[in-house]
Design a protein around this ligand. Structure first.
Ligand SMILES: Cc1cc2nc3c(=O)[nH]c(=O)nc-3n(C[C@H](O)[C@H](O)[C@H](O)COP(=O)(O)O)c2cc1C
Length: 558
C-alpha cells in the first residue's frame, strides 16, 4: 500500500465506524450503556466484541452470539438481532503488559520489577516473594557489608534458583570506595548473580564493565549470548548513553591485561551495548532528579533509537519506567508510554516484607501525595545532593535541610552562633556536638581513619562528619524502629506513596499489615490491565461512565 492510499483509508475510517463483519445473537447479550468499571472487569479476560447499532447510532459490547462475515442470507431467527461488528478484542492478561521479550529474556511471568532499596529495605524476603509470583526483585545491597549481602543472596538463591525463578541485586557506584565496588562485583561473579541493577553511575567503571561483559559468548549461529544482565538506572541522557554504547575500548583493554576478561569477551563486548535493560527513573523516592516520566521517557527512547541505529545493534534494548508509579492508572500509563517493564520502589517499602519497622510502615500508610520533601543526603552531603523523603509525621526533612544550611553558611562548628548551636544540640542531636564528635571519631577509626585526619586539618570537614552523623543515623532509626526517634525517621519516599494510599483507601490494602508485596504487585498489574482495556474500548468510540478506570483492590491469587 502506498502512503497516498493509506492516507485515503484513514479519511474513510474517520468518517464513521467501519464494520468487519456481523454479530448475531440475543439482544440481552448486548450492552449499549456507557461502559463502567464492572463491564471492564467482566471483559478483561475474555475476547470482547464491539458492535454498532446503526439505527440509534450507538456503539456497544456484545457477548455470546455468532460472528459472520456477512448477514445471514436467510434472515434472522426469532428474537435474534444482528449488528455490524467493529472489532474483536482478544483477552487482556496482566502478563501481556510490557514487552514479551522482557519476560523471555529474564524468565519472568510479569514485566514488573521490584527496585533495589538500600540497607536491605529491599529485603531477601521481598525479593523471594516477588520471584515466586513471577516478577523480578532486586535486593537492596547498598550500605550493607559484603558478608551481609552474601548471606541475603544465598537465602534468595536457595529459595528461587531450584524453581528456575529470577532475581537480582543492586550494584551501586561508590565513587569514594572503588575497592568496595570491586569487592561487590567479585562477590556477584563468585555467587553467579545474573542480574544487577546498576545505579548512581555518572560514567563507567572497570567494575561494572567487568560484570556486564563476563560470560559474553557466541552461539553456533553467531548470535551473542549474555550471562550477566545489567539494568542501568538513569535519569539523564548523558548517563544513559554510556550504557547504551559498547564498553569503552580503554577499559576493555585494561580488563583483558588484568585477566579479568578474556580477549573473546572483550571482542564481543565491542559490538554490543553495555546494558540491554535501561531503567528510566523519573520523580522517585530517595535520590532523584525529580523529572516527570512523561518528559523523560520519550527523550530516552529517541536517544536509544538513535544509538541502536548508529551502532547497528541487531538486538533490542528495553526501556523500563520507574518513578511515581503507585496506582493502576500510572502503571498502565507507563506501559502505554512504551515501557518494556515497570519498576516500583516507594510503594514496596510499605509492604510487610520490606526491611523497615512496623512504625515506619504506619507512617508511610498516612502519606498523601504532597507529603514528601527533598532533604540533605548522607552520602553526598557536602555536594548539596538531596534525597526525597517522607515529610508527614517526621521532622527529618526540615532538620536535614537546616544542617545543610548551617554547613553552607559557616566554615566550622565554632562559627555557628551559640543560640543556633544550642538549638541543634537540644533538638536534633540530643547531645553536645563534642559528644557526637567523639562518637564520630570512634566510628571512622574503625571504618576509614583518613576521614579523621582530614577533619583535624579541615574544620569544615569536621562539621560535615558531625552533621552526617545525624543524616546517617536517621536512616537507621526507621529500620530498627527506634520509637524515641520516630520524629527523626528518614524514610525515602516519593509521591507514589500518597497516590497508592488514596487508591487503596477503603479496600483490604488500606491496612498496613495486609500490604504483602504480592498483593500490591498483583493488584497494580490487574488494575493496569483493567485501565488498558478501558482505553482500548475508548478508541472504538464507546461511551464511558465516569468510574470506568476505577479498579478497587481485591485479594488476588497468583
Ligand atoms: C527506601 C528506598 C530505598 C532505595 N534505595 C535504593 C538503592 O539503594 N539503590 C537504588 O538503585 N535505588 C534505590 N531506590 C530507588 C528504587 O530502587 C526505585 O528506583 C525508585 O524507588 C522508583 O521510584 P518510586 O519510589 O517512585 O517507586 C530506593 C528507593 C526507596 C524508596
Amino acid at each position: 500500500m502506498t502512503m497516498k492510499s493509506q492516507a485515503a483509508d484513514q479519511v474513510v475510517s474517520n468518517s464513521g465506524p467501519v464494520s468487519v463483519g456481523f454479530w448475531i445473537g440475543d439482544p440481552s447479550e448486548t450492552n449499549f450503556s456507557p461502559i463502567d468499571s464492572e463491564a471492564i472487569r467482566f471483559s478483561i479476560r475474555q475476547s470482547t466484541r464491539v458492535v454498532f447499532d446503526s439505527r440509534a447510532q450507538r456503539i456497544g459490547l456484545a457477548g455470546e452470539g455468532e460472528v459472520l462475515s456477512n448477514e445471514p442470507a436467510n434472515g434472522l431467527k426469532n428474537g435474534e438481532q444482528s449488528y455490524p461488528l467493529l472489532g474483536i478484542l482478544p483477552p487482556l492478561y496482566p502478563e501481556w503488559l510490557g514487552d514479551r521479550g522482557f519476560q523471555e529474556t529474564h524468565g519472568v511471568r510479569f514485566a514488573y520489577v521490584g527496585g533495589a532499596m538500600a540497607r536491605g529495605i529491599g529485603s531477601a524476603k521481598l525479593v523471594i516473594e516477588l520471584g515466586k509470583m513471577g516478577a523480578l526483585g532486586m535486593f537492596g545491597s547498598a550500605g550493607l557489608s559484603p558478608e551481609v549481602i552474601e548471606e541475603a543472596l544465598t537465602e534468595i538463591s536457595s529459595a528461587l534458583d531450584p524453581a528456575g525463578l529470577s532475581w537480582g541485586s543492586n550494584l551501586i557506584h561508590s565513587p569514594n570506595e572503588p575497592a568496595l565496588e570491586n569487592e561487590i562485583v567479585e562477590l556477584y561473579l563468585r555467587l553467579g548473580v545474573r542480574r544487577v541493577s546498576a545505579s548512581a553511575y555518572m560514567g563507567l567503571t572497570p567494575a561494572i564493565v567487568r560484570y556486564a561483559c563476563s560470560g559474553l559468548s557466541r552461539s553456533e549461529d553467531g548470535s551473542v549470548q549474555r550471562r550477566n544482565h545489567v539494568f542501568a538506572k538513569i535519569s539523564r541522557e548523558e548517563v544513559a548513553s554510556h550504557f547504551l554504547s559498547p564498553a569503552p575500548a580503554k577499559i576493555l583493554d585494561q580488563l583483558v591485561a588484568e585477566q579479568k576478561l578474556t580477549a573473546q569477551e572483550a571482542e564481543i563486548a565491542a559490538g554490543v551495548p553495555l546494558a540491554e535493560d535501561i531503567i528510566v527513573e523519573s520523580d522517585s523516592g530517595g535520590h532523584t532528579d525529580n523529572r516527570p516520566l512523561n518528559a523523560l521517557f520519550p527523550a530516552i527512547m529517541i536517544l536509544r533509537d538513535r544509538l541502536v541505529k548508529e551502532y547497528g545493534y541487531d538486538r533490542p534494548i528495553r526501556l523500563g519506567a520507574a518513578g511515581s508509579l503507585g496506582t493502576p492508572i500510572s502503571v498502565a500509563a507507563a506501559y502505554a508510554l512504551g515501557a518494556a517493564f515497570v519498576l516500583i520502589g516507594t510503594v514496596h517499602q510499605a509492604a510487610v516484607e520490606s526491611g523497615v519497622s512496623d512504625s515506619s510502615r504506619a507512617l508511610l500508610a498516612q502519606a498523601q501525595i504532597a507529603d514528601v520533601a527533598m532533604t540533605a543526603s548522607a552520602d553526598m552531603f557536602e555536594l548539596g545532593v538531596k534525597v526525597q523523603v517522607l515529610q508527614r509525621g517526621t521532622m527529618m526533612a526540615v532538620r536535614g535541610n537546616q544542617l545543610y544550611d548551617l554547613y553552607s553558611r559557616y566554615d566550622s562548628i565554632d562559627e555557628i552562633p551559640a543560640d543556633q548551636r544550642a538549638n541543634i544540640e537540644k533538638n536534633i542531636f540530643r547531645s553536645s556536638l563534642e559528644e557526637i564528635w567523639q562518637q564520630t571519631i570512634e566510628f571512622f577509626n574503625r571504618t576509614d581513619p583518613k576521614q579523621i585526619d582530614k577533619a583535624n586539618k579541615n574544620p569544615k570537614h569536621k562539621m560535615a562528619l558531625i552533621f552526617r552523623w545525624y543524616i546517617g543515623s536517621s536512616s537507621q532509626w526507621p529500620i530498627i524502629g527506634d520509637m524515641s526517634r520516630q520524629v527523626d525517621y528518614q524514610l525515602w519516599c516519593g509521591p507514589a506513596m500518597g497516590a497508592f494510599n488514596r487508591w487503596v483507601a477503603g479496600s483490604f490494602l488500606e491496612a498496613p499489615e495486609k500490604r504483602t508485596v504480592q498483593q500490591i504487585a498483583l493488584n497494580l498489574l490487574e488494575g493496569a490491565a483493567h485501565v488498558t482495556r478501558a482505553q482500548q474500548l475508548r478508541t472504538f468510540g464507546l461511551a464511558m461512565a465516569q468510574d470506568v478506570l476505577e479498579f478497587s483492590p481485591t485479594v488476588l491469587r497468583i
